[in-house]
Ligand binder design. Sequence first.
Ligand SMILES: Nc1nc2c(c(=O)[nH]1)N[C@H]1C(S)=C(S)[C@@H](COP(=O)(O)O)O[C@H]1N2
Ligand SMILES: [Mo]
Length: 165
Amino acid sequence: MDGVVFDGDDPNELRDAPTSFVIGSGGERRAVDAATCADGSTITCEYTIRCATGERTTASWTGIPVTDLLNIVDAPAETTHFRVESDDGYAICVPVADALDGVIAFERDGEQLRETRPYALRFLAGDIDGERLVKGIHRVDLLSLPADADPDRYETVTLDNPEYE
Ligand SMILES: Nc1nc2c(c(=O)[nH]1)N[C@H]1C(S)=C(S)[C@@H](COP(=O)(O)O)O[C@H]1N2
Ligand SMILES: [Mo]
C-alpha cells in the first residue's frame, strides 16, 4: 500500500480528491486516496446487491480490500465493528467479520464510478444486505464496541437518497 496512505495529521488536506476517504481506529486517523492505488493493492470481485424490495444486481467491482484497511490503521485485535459513513450522513455498522470479504470500490464493470455515478466510492461485501452497501463513502471507522453495546445506534439507514441513484 505504499504511496496510498497519507499522514493522518490533517486528513482534510485530501478533501478535494473525490476518491479519498478517512479511516479511523481508536485515536488514529488516516486519509486514503483510492485512485492512487497501484493495481497490485486492489482486487476485483463479483458482488450481488440484494435490496429488501427484492431487486438484485450483480456486477464486477474493483477496490481496496477491507483487510488492507485494517492494516493501514493497524487495527487492534479487539476490533468488533466496521462503520461506513457517506457524504449525506447515511451510515452503517456491521460486525467486522462480515466485512472481511468486502471492498471499498471505485470501479464497476471496468468503469470509474466517479465518471458514471453521482459518487466515487462505495462499500461492497458478500453477505451484507443492499441497504448497508453505502454509496458516497467519506469515512470508515474500526470500532471496538463492548459486548452489551447496540450497533444499531451507530447507524443511520433510514434514507434512500435519490441523489445516489
Ligand atoms: N449513501 C447511500 N448509500 C446507499 C443508499 C442510500 O440511500 N444512500 N441506499 C442503499 C440501498 S437501500 C440499496 S438497495 C443499495 C442500492 O445500490 P444500487 O443503486 O447500486 O443498486 O445502495 C444502498 N446504499
Ligand atoms: Mo434498497
